[in-house]
Write a protein that binds this ligand. Structure first.
Ligand code: G4P
Length: 281
């Protein structure tokens, strides 16, 4: 299942575009999924954003565990990275962003001052893997932003800048990064949150792995949602969920494929509770 080679042609193009855009950027805003802050991170970003100010944003905090969110913020902060927790869909946490951008760019602003450059706005760019919420985030920021400015000299034609305030301008096109399947677990986590196309995966196998993990780490969550006995074998649990949800095939057999879809959809939409798949080491 995890032998997915996921590096489509458009990613090569996206990387090239980003390498070009990043040259004129001061601040790289790295958007991560708060449920999988490590697996939704692309390690190449360190190379791509070398010498730039950095800000990490943990998105989809409405779906992740509030206690783990705090631990993840501490994890990144301990590494010296300014980190903000947000929910882009509902524009929550956005009031912190301007202040955090300033904090992340403190050293750069000081350097500018020493060179006599005062009041030049910070140019920022959002980057992240597909589905992490880049467009939703930029649209939410756009709604709050003061103005949109047009083309600028030295910038690829057609690029738009969003003026967030007098100190910050954001490129309205995000940089797309590709996930790195560095371990089976990374692939598994990306699949569970729905970042990999379900058509190329065996959803039954995926949901079985997820159920196995969930019954160990969050006992009671499946019982609460589906009223099933969690002490059974994982495959039996899936069959029980199928029966409870009326997913029955010909011959009165439980339709485990349908049940697998239900479990994954329920996790992805937060119906199983606020769950973080990865905990900081
Ligand atoms: P991308 O540009 O990085 O590829 O991601 P995009 O903004 O398209 O967002 C991917 C999906 O994630 C969208 O759902 C979007 O609504 C959802 N999303 C983005 N930010 C958040 C968040 O903070 N919380 C939650 N719960 N969801 C978020 P979709 O299913 O593709 O569309 P729809 O459900 O909005 O119609």
């Amino acid at each position: 299942m995890m032998n997915v080679s996921w590096y489509p042609g458009h990613m090569t193009k996206a990387k090239r575009m980003m390498q070009e855009d990043i040259k004129i950027i001061d601040l790289v805003i790295e958007l991560l999924d708060a449920r999988i802050p490590i697996s939704s991170r692309n390690p190449d970003i360190d190379e791509l954003a070398r010498g730039k100010s950095r800000l990490v944003i943990l998105n989809k905090s409405d779906l992740s565990d509030p206690g783990e969110n705090e631990r993840w913020i501490r994890y990144f902060t301990d590494k010296g990275i300014v980190t903000v927790l947000i929910d882009s869909k509902r524009s929550k946490g956005f009031s912190q962003i301007s202040r955090s951008i300033e904090e992340a760019c403190k050293a750069k602003i000081e350097r500018d001052k020493k060179r006599g450059i005062i009041g030049r706005p910070v140019r920022a760019m959002v980057v992240g893997i597909p589905n992490v919420g880049k467009s939703t985030f930029i649209n939410s920021l756009c709604r709050r932003a003061s103005t949109k400015t047009g083309n600028k000299p030295g910038v690829t034609k057609g690029k738009q800048w969003i003026r967030l305030n007098k100190n910050v301008e954001l490129l309205d096109t995000p940089g797309i990064l590709w996930p790195k399947f560095e371990s089976e677990q990374t692939g598994l986590h990306l699949a569970i949150i729905g970042s990999i196309n379900d058509e190329i995966l065996d959803e039954t196998e995926l949901s079985i792995k997820f159920i196995e993990w969930l019954t160990n780490s969050h006992p009671g969550a499946l019982h609460k949602r589906y009223d099933i006995n969690e002490d059974e074998e994982t495959y039996v649990i899936l069959q029980d969920i199928a029966r409870k949800r009326g997913c029955i095939k010909k011959g009165n057999e439980p339709d485990h494929e349908k049940a697998a879809k239900i479990v994954l959809d329920d996790f992805r939409s937060g119906q199983l509770g606020n769950i973080t798949l990865e905990i900081p080491s």
